[in-house]
Write a protein that binds this ligand. Structure first.
Ligand SMILES: [Zn+2]
Length: 274
């Protein structure tokens, strides 16, 4: 397993300082910044929210990007895509792990020897540590998606920190490493999320293509959204928890071989350290 994992790691796509500027093109798909967020997850907010609540809050001041202790840059917006050579794409699965769906997704990824990213919720991870451990063992990247999937823009800084820290703790217990990537629930980022994420050594990753699989639009629709959105550098958002995700499971079985047949290299981004 270790040998396989190392071989897989060698294939990781580069996403470092050089790639970040290109990767940060604003407005190229972070729909949650302008549209109502997906109500993914059993913990989804019920009340409609004002559009202003999803806007990225600009940081005050100018000058070179600041760096948090430990060397992770403090960003002003999340990364929306990855840079890499050739036709590279990244698949991400949020809100899990869920024992009803995550194992099937892992099985499909293993069948095609493809690595993906799982942005887990700490609460789910604490109940399913074996699945978090399996993700890491099979070479996938385990990211931090907060403990209870709250809307961060409504929380005090101390609560945001707790949501992020507890999740990193449980991931570390399950697989030995702390997450290096963070994704805000509903794509609702704010300055505190960027700052705290950087302090905890995590880069913020959003997405380019939203499958909207949480609306259960039908397997064929999900497949179509992935295939229509396929392009070099694209990050795809799907869910492996938060409701009935059987369509997401079936869709992956269909679009993954199609992407590979089309010449896409489906992999995970690699952090680069200064
Ligand atoms: Zn989510």
């Amino acid at each position: 397993m270790l040998t396989r994992r190392r071989a897989l790691l060698a294939g990781a796509v580069s996403l470092g300082a050089a790639g970040v500027a290109a990767a940060c093109t604003p407005g190229t798909g972070n729909r949650a910044a302008t549209a109502p967020p997906p109500a993914a997850g059993a913990r989804a907010a019920r009340r409609p929210l004002k559009p202003s609540e999803y806007r990225l809050r600009p940081l005050t001041g100018y000058g070179p990007p600041r760096t948090a202790p430990g060397g992770t840059p403090v960003r002003r917006e999340p990364l929306l895509r990855v840079s890499g050579r050739g036709r590279t794409m990244v698949l991400t699965f949020d809100d899990g792990p869920d024992p009803r769906y995550t194992p099937h997704i892992l099985d499909t990824l293993a069948r095609y020897e493809v690595r993906a990213m799982f942005f887990v919720c700490g609460e789910m991870a604490s109940y399913n540590r074996d699945l978090v451990s399996r993700m890491a063992d099979e070479g996938h990247v385990v990211g931090n998606h907060t403990w209870s999937h709250p809307l961060l823009t409504r929380l005090r800084r101390s609560r945001i920190r707790s949501e992020m820290e507890r999740t990193s703790d449980v991931v570390e217990k399950a697989c030995g490493d702390r997450p290096e990537w963070f994704r805000a629930p509903y794509g609702a980022w704010n300055r505190a999320a960027f700052q705290l994420g950087a302090e905890l050594g995590m880069e913020p990753l959003a997405w380019t293509v939203d499958t909207l699989d949480w609306t259960e639009p039908g397997t064929r629709t999900i497949v179509g959204r992935v295939e229509d959105g396929a392009a070099p550098g694209v990050v795809v958002l799907s869910h492996d928890a938060g409701g009935d995700r059987s369509q997401s499971v079936r869709a992956l079985r269909s679009y993954l071989p199609e992407l590979l047949d089309s010449g896409y290299h489906v992999t995970v981004p690699r952090r680069q350290y200064v």
